[in-house]
Design a protein around this ligand. Sequence first.
Ligand code: FE2
Ligand code: FE2
Length: 185
Amino acid sequence: MESINVMIEEHENVRRMLKVIRKYCYKVLLDEEIDYGDFYKIIDFIRNYTDGHHHAKEEDILFKAMGEKAPKLVDNGPITGMLIEHDMARLYVSNLEKAVEKYEEGDDEPRLDIIANAISYTDLLNRHIEKENTAIFKFANNMLPDDIKKEVDQKCNQLDLAAEDRGVQQKYLKLLSQLEEKVEE
Ligand SMILES: [Fe+2]
Ligand SMILES: [Fe+2]
């Protein structure tokens, strides 16, 4: 399915950001001088690309179609597991944001919460992506009838094009490259 191929590509971009986050956290651990404001850029990427664009397509289109075809996937099944992980990711990110704010107010201890929440997020998302790539997406391909696959592809494509019109992919892939370069300095 074309929509799934696009989502797998998006997973690669998300994984690149997870590596950036880990590198930033290592600098926090070593108490190196870094721009803590970059965490807001990372949070912006997570909220508007990973979650607002990618997870939204999964939740509102692909997983929804799978659940309609096989309700037991949703009733405590693997799709519910994926949705719970999206929610846990949101919680880690909101805790990360609070920790960065507290650090900027002059407290040192929130560095611990920055690392804890950011690394928990990367670990959760890495495992989540692995499950989607190796199981959930393959399962979707096997279980969905052709007409539904076509519908999912069309709806995802519409969302992708609308996001492109707003410059979403361009903005966040540029931000990703900038942070990759910056964290290597
Ligand atoms: Fe997901
Ligand atoms: Fe995903």
